[in-house]
Design a binder for this molecule. Structure first.
Ligand code: HEM
Ligand code: HEM
Length: 189
């Protein structure tokens, strides 16, 4: 019996070898592109920076609330949080443009339909949060909307942590339980 590579769905494009599920759309990519992967990890690093080290911004905020003014040092460290957040906004817009033009690999067929749906929802919510966090931050920091600052710091932050925890858990389940290639296609390709 002869088996041909097309039958198995083996594919090699620009040095990337991967497996496509039988019957999958041949025009859909098998991996995220290099720019998509670089942007994912750069965004992740900047998001964790702002989530884990918001103290400079918090000190500026506390000082403004108590005294109506802030020292040059407090403003400088608050600006770091602000610029990192604005960089995230720009990178996410670039990511969405790339996603539109380059597409994404299909969900692995080993993943049950309900989880495929949950992953899609999680990704949409992540993109919305990565847009909403900087926008609400700008409204609070530059335009002085205190209540929007509360939404940014107390509500969106908590939702972001929760969705990120689910996202990372999902990736681990893929890697170790379903043994799919999702981590690979967002790292080495
Ligand atoms: C994805 C981007 C961002 C993330 C993940 C993020 C995350 C955070 C976190 C974790 C806090 C501290 C919340 C707490 O008290 O526990 C915070 C506070 C704050 N952030 Fe951001 N931030 C982002 C973007 C921005 C931007 C772009 C600005 C301004 C231009 C900004 C302005 C502020 C302000 C003013 C506060 C204090 C608000 C308050 O306590 O009422 N953030 N942010
Ligand atoms: C702040 C941190 C992170 C953010 C904001 C984030 C956001 C996202 C988003 C929005 C996607 C969907 C990509 C798309 O379909 O366009 C995605 C995919 C992915 N992320 Fe993250 N992520 C973060 C951290 C992580 C971490 C820590 C891991 C590793 C454990 C990870 C692994 C992945 C993988 C493997 C995919 C591809 C999923 C697939 O092929 O369907 N991410 N991420």
């Amino acid at each position: 019996m002869s088996i041909d590579a097309g039958d198995l769905g083996i594919l090699s494009i620009a040095g990337i070898t991967g497996f496509r599920d039988k019957g999958a759309d041949p025009l859909q990519p098998i991996s995220f592109s290099v720019p998509q992967r670089v942007l994912h990890w750069l965004t992740a690093a900047l998001v964790f920076f702002n989530l884990l080290l918001p103290d400079g911004m918090n000190e500026w905020h506390r000082s403004m609330r108590r005294t109506g003014s802030a020292s040059a040092d407090q403003i400088a460290s608050a600006n770091i949080h602000s610029y990192v957040g604005i960089a995230i906004l720009l990178l996410v817009i670039l990511r969405l443009v790339l996603r539109f033009y380059q597409g994404t690999p299909p969900a692995p067929s080993k993943e049950p339909a309900i989880f495929q749906w949950a992953a899609k929802v999680a990704h949409v919510v992540l993109y919305l949060l990565l847009l909403a966090m900087p926008v609400t931050g700008v409204a609070a920091y530059y335009l002085g909307y205190e209540s929007i600052g509360g939404i940014h710091a107390d509500i969106l932050k908590v939702v972001l942590w929760a969705v990120l925890a689910a996202h990372v858990l999902g990736v681990f389940v893929h890697q170790f339980y379903w043994k799919t290639n999702v981590l690979r296609r967002m790292t080495v390709g």
